[in-house]
Design a protein around this ligand. Structure first.
Ligand code: ATP
Ligand code: MG
Length: 765
């Protein structure tokens, strides 16, 4: 290597450079927000490619969202100076798992065009199973079962592996059996749910070592972003793929995290996995995974940003990395390149209130910048109005809308902003969460396309067979179900057979015959028509478009707009299959990516992103932290909420603006709220209380400031604890919070000023 090194390496700090250039063996980059973890991963890929260590198709690179994968590809192009052709294994766990499963679908009793079910389909299917078992789904809701099954899948558990105690939890012991029959039904429907995408991979890898070896050989390098949020299934999947090919002998060396040096990879045995030292216990099912010499895997993550515990993510995965990947090099990055001093100090101070953390130093060499602002509003409408005005002002100051984001705790908060932006004519986009695709009209349209793509997709067929109304009521559906079950064929084929008999009344029979004929015709057309045109044809010929055109309700026009948008969005895909696959996997809604628009999203989906200006509305007890975590025993949930706040604040480069409202309508009911405890936990020196631009509901005295918070009681608020106020007024009070570590807060905060001195490290890692 030339002494100067390739261009993409310049500008990296020594630790980042080490993480990029250590290509052989396991590497863990454990570092705080904005320290360049993602940048290191991207640069590492560039390095691998330009050093000729692997071809693009030999690199497995896992990002948290599809959007992040696209972004990474784009950056790679910039670094290398040319577009990277073919990185088929750059994507989310789901998309990569889905891709692998399609290659080996038959080993999972599926066809390669299997459908990926979303939560709604899943619940409908489970409802049918509950009915068949005569289980009262009021007492034992299908959604609850869906949650249980998801949980098992996230932990890598097949039906036979579910601990009997857990299987017994549902419907007096029927949980395990229902899980089994659910899996059987999925196969008959030629469908998989999200959990299956990885679980079936794991099963195939275990049952077919030759196939596993094939992938182990293919993937010369494995890279994982946001490692702190991997769940057990993802972890098992990674472990299987990261063994050197042919390494058959299982080894699980006894090692305490932090003492990885001098390991003997041959020591230990399966049964002792995880019960040694202070290493976290082995995951169930892990002993089945052979472990041997690992190859070039690089994971990056931050325990302070672990925010998916509720979905089965195990922050332990990061703690046990050195244990599980013997000889791992652990690299820490301490310089934050993203945020100004005040923002970083506020974020670090907040997270320091958590007990369960590894602790790390973060410093910035950036200016102190503007303080984090905290603004109270009368209600959520005033909050939306205030933020709207603030955005317009930023726009007048020359800020790009693309550099403005609103991060909400709960997705229902979005609507108010959406409404406000529509009124103001402010362009905005909603990122993350399948909101758009969850709309009824979109799901109907997709169901039509799914039946065309996969005639065995019963759930889709059932959804639209009588939409628009065709006189095919429950009785007809029941008849089709009976036929389908008896002969073990899809509903669609059952329909084809039934119309040849006289089991249906003539009218229903005629109309069902038309449906079958229509789908046959569309399927034939599929071969010769562009998929976007086909979609339009289907919507028009089926009478679906007309159904909404005739509809008199207020939202019909919007629905027709959405359908147009759907057809438009298909243009980006090569064919129908590709499009449907994308839909089922999509985690982030794109749309108008080129336009200048404000981004609206949940805190969860903001992970990894950054914006110059970040609005953080709704910092109220019961919303953020959420009511669920307040009702819970123990502090785990609350700590996860705090990490979410930390993620929110650290998205901001230059301005972070927190809001809370005194009154909020939650699910249609107004209630009075208390400012979030997290406000109390912000360091006074880095925070400024400001006045809402939102209007006069506060009485228009203009007298905002500390005294404002006294007014809350006058407005009937139950807010009586002046903790937040006190924190602002009295830094002493602040210093005394947080138990044993409180003495360090001020010192710690000092570290985040513009100086670059390294502060105290809470390290216990
Ligand atoms: P998060 O934990 O939020 O995902 P991260 O650790 O992945 O953050 P990046 O997103 O990779 O951090 O980097 C944060 C910002 O800092 C980016 O804008 C990135 O381009 C910039 N950055 C990272 N390293 C450097 C560097 N050495 N010099 C200049 N800018 C850098
Ligand atoms: Mg990142």
């Amino acid at each position: 290597r030339a002494s100067v090194g390739p261009k993409y390496l310049t500008g990296l700090n020594p630790e980042q450079r080490e993480a990029v250039e250590t290509l052989d063996g396991p590497v863990l980059v454990l570092a705080g927000a904005g320290t360049g973890k993602t940048r290191v991963l991207t640069t590492r890929i560039a390095h691998i490619l330009s050093q000729g260590r692997a071809r693009p198709a030999e690199i497995l690179s896992v990002t948290f969202t599809n959007k992040a994968a696209r972004e990474m590809k784009h950056r790679l192009g910039q670094m290398l100076g040319h577009a990277v052709e073919g990185m088929p294994w750059l994507g989310t766990f789901h998309s990569i798992g889905g891709r692998i499963l399609r290659f080996h679908a038959e080993l999972a009793q599926l066809k390669s065009n299997f459908t990926v079910l979303d939560v709604d389909d899943q619940v409908r299917l489970l409802k049918q199973l509950l009915q068949a078992e005569k289980i009262d789904d009021k007492r034992w809701p299908a959604r609850m079962l869906a949650g249980l099954i998801d949980g098992w899948k996230n932990r890598g558990l097949m039906p036979s592996q579910v601990p009997s105690g857990e299987a017994a939890m549902f419907a007096n012991g029927k949980g395990g059996k229902l899980y089994t029959s659910y899996q059987e039904r999925l196969k008959i429907l030629n469908a998989a749910d999200f959990g299956d995408l990885l679980l079936e991979n794991i099963r195939i890898f275990r049952e077919h070592p030759d196939i596993l070896r094939q992938y182990q050989q293919r993937f010369k390098f494995i890279l994982v972003d946001e490692y702190q949020d991997t769940n057990v299934a993802q972890y098992l999947w990674l472990r299987l793929l990261s063994q050197a090919p042919g390494a058959a002998k299982p080894t699980t060396p006894a090692v305490i995290p932090g003492q990885a040096e001098g390991l003997n990879p041959e020591s230990g045995d399966e049964s002792s996995a995880g019960d040694s030292g202070s290493a976290p216990p082995a995951h169930p099912g892990m002993t089945v995974a052979p472990s041997g010499p690992t190859k070039n895997i690089c994971c990056v993550g931050d325990d302070d940003q672990s925010i998916y515990g509720w979905r089965g993510a195990e922050v332990d995965n990061i703690l046990r990395f050195e244990h599980d990947f013997p000889g791992a090099k652990v690299i820490r990055l301490e310089r934050n390149y993203r945020s100004t001093g005040h923002i970083l100090a506020a974020a670090s101070h907040l997270i320091a209130h958590n007990e369960g953390r590894l602790g790390k130093t973060l410093r910035t060499e950036d200016v102190e910048g503007e303080k984090v602002t905290v603004t109270g509003s009368w209600d959520s409408e005033e909050e939306a109005r205030g933020i709207g005005e603030e955005i317009e002002q930023l726009q007048r100051q020359g800020e790009k809308l693309n550099e403005i984001a609103i991060l909400v705790r709960a997705s229902y908060q979005m609507r108010e902003f959406e409404d406000r932006f529509v009124t103001l004519g402010l362009p905005y986009r909603v990122i993350g969460g399948p909101r758009f695709y969850e709309r009824a009209e979109i799901r109907d349209a997709l169901a039509y396309l799914r039946v065309i793509n996969s005639p065995a997709d019963d759930l889709a067929f059932e959804r639209i067979v009588n939409v628009p109304k065709r006189g095919l009521g429950d009785a007809t559906i029941q008849l089709l179900h009976d036929h389908a079950r008896k002969r073990r064929i899809p509903l669609f084929e059952a329909a084809r057979a039934v119309v040849e008999t006289d089991e249906l009344k003539p009218k229903a029979r005629g109309s069902l015959r038309d449906v079958v004929a229509q789908f046959d015709r569309w399927r034939a057309q599929r071969e010769v028509t562009a998929h976007t045109d086909l979609a339009q044809i289907v919507l028009d010929e089926s009478g679906y478009t007309e159904m909404w055109q005739k509809d008199r309700s207020a939202d019909a026009a919007g629905r027709l707009e959405n359908l147009k948008e759907l057809v438009r969005s298909m243009e980006e895909f090569e064919n129908l299959q590709g499009f449907l696959e994308h839909i089922s996997l999509v985690m982030d809604r794109e749309g108008g990516a080129e336009d200048d628009a404000v981004s609206l999203m949940t805190l969860h989906s903001a992970k990894g992103l950054e914006f110059d200006n970040v609005f953080l509305p709704g910092w109220e007890e019961g919303l953020f932290p959420s009511q669920r975590t307040l009702d819970e025993q123990g502090r785990a949930g609350l700590e996860e909420e705090r990490r979410l706040g930390h993620v929110g604040l650290t998205r901001a480069r230059r301005r972070a603006m927190i809001y809370f409202a005194t009154n909020r309508r939650i699910h249609g009911t107004w209630s009075t709220t208390i400012p979030s405890r997290f406000l109390d936990e912000l360091p006074a020196a880095n925070v400024e209380i400001t006045e809402s631009k939102g209007g006069s509901a506060w009485g228009g005295t203009g007298g905002y400031g500390a005294s404002r918070f006294d007014d809350m009681e006058a407005f009937g608020s139950s807010y009586t604890t002046p903790g937040w106020q006190r924190a602002q007024a009295n830094r002493e009070g602040n210093r005394n919070r947080g138990g044993g570590r409180s003495g360090s807060f001020e010192e710690e905060a000092a570290t985040f000023s513009t100086s670059s001195s390294s502060g105290p490290d809470f390290g216990s890692f």
